[in-house]
Write a protein that binds this ligand. Structure first.
Ligand code: GLY
Length: 357
């Protein structure tokens, strides 16, 4: 088990990463609290029962609600459901919310905690590889608006995070690949040694080897922590975490949120960002090849054959940005471990980068 400590401008908290974390000793500090548990409908019954029992035994008042986890339900309506439970059961400002689930339930519960009585505590029990390495750290909480993802939210750090890797056994292959894309992204931003380790161990990671996954999750959280500790509210270097996202968001739209998951879109977007880094910055061809080889291993063959309509993707990128009233920004790489924020690029250079090779 690893105990990582996160220190941001607003809060210090621990992230435990291990394969047997759901025992009384890791919850003891919440003894005597009023607790509301929000459970993702995808959680297996045995894990749900175990957590529910542990929290029920500790708390003075315990309520559990289930949310069917999909982007449509990351909504004002679901937020209202959580608030309604808290208010109708007279939860005080001293209560604590727990989220057991993937990124949608973690972000939603975090935002419910950020807004109930101007902010109460929350604890995350992330259940997918993606949420264990992303939503779990850094305190970005949000719900969607019909006109845009994560449009309503707040920075609100959790009080504790328990990333139990035994929950990852039930993930399907697509969910594993999605989490691995995010892990590769973290390595590319600041850690070439981690990138090389991922390249050596990628087959075992795809096969969900528990020991390797635990190491990858812990290392990935350490990388993200280094960034959010320096820039909690994304004024500068936290933007590096958007590597692959300018292309990636457009790819999600291109596939109407069905053909490509967020992680797959970011992985494809990172290949395009690598192409652009080779042509615009000094990224060396050999390093570029290493990056694209590793990313290709976490995508399906079918996906790697996609031929994107460059004009269409470019239009989607531009319309996504217009909402923010901003120019197209890209996070590119001078080399592995050295990102650079770039804007004002020529359309022709962007179009040339839109290929999966
Ligand atoms: N998912 C990117 C961030 O937390 O900043």
């Amino acid at each position: 088990m690893k105990n990582l400590s996160i220190t941001t401008a607003s809060k210090n908290y621990s992230v435990l990463v291990g394969n047997d974390l759901f025992s009384t000793k890791n919850f003891q500090e919440f003894n005597g609290k009023e607790i509301l548990l929000v459970v993702d409908s995808n959680i297996g019954e045995s894990a749900r029962k175990l957590i529910s029992q542990l929290l029920n035994d500790l708390s003075t008042k315990f309520i559990e609600i289930q949310i069917e986890a999909n982007e449509k339900n990351k909504s004002n309506h679901s937020l209202g459901q959580i608030h309604d439970e808290l208010i109708s059961h007279n939860f005080s400002r001293d209560c604590i919310l727990f989220a057991l689930g993937g990124g949608i339930v973690c972000d939603l519960t975090g935002f419910a905690a950020a807004t109930y009585q101007r902010g109460v505590e929350f604890v995350l029990l992330p259940s997918t590889l993606l949420s264990q390495v992303d939503a779990s750290v850094g305190g970005k909480t949000a719900i969607n608006h019909p006109k845009g993802k994560n449009m309503i939210g707040a920075f609100h750090q959790p009080s504790k995070v328990l990333s139990d890797t035994s929950l990852l056994k039930s993930l399907n292959e697509r969910q594993v690949r999605e989490g691995l894309a995010e892990i590769v992204k973290h390595s590319l931003i600041i850690d070439e040694g981690f990138f090389d380790w991922l390249s050596e161990n990628i087959d075992q990671l795809i096969a969900t080897n528990e020991e390797k996954l635990l190491e990858a999750v812990a290392k990935s959280i350490e990388v993200k922590a280094k960034i959010v500790e320096k820039d909690e509210t994304e004024q500068g270097i936290r933007k590096w975490l958007n590597l692959g996202h300018t292309f990636g968001h457009a790819i999600e739209l291109y596939g109407e949120y069905l053909d490509y998951s967020h992680g797959e879109s970011v992985a494809l977007g990172m290949i395009m960002a690598t192409n652009l880094s080779i042509s615009i910055l000094n990224l060396d061809e050999e390093q570029g090849k290493k990056i694209k080889t590793l990313i290709s291993l976490i995508l399906t063959e079918e996906m790697l054959k996609t031929e994107f309509d460059g004009e269409k993707l470019f239009q989607l990128m531009s319309s996504d940005k217009k909402r923010e009233g901003d120019k197209l920004n890209f996070i590119l790489l001078n080399e592995i471990g050295e990102p650079k924020i770039v804007s004002g690029l020529e359309k022709a250079d962007i179009l040339k980068a839109i290929k999966i090779s």
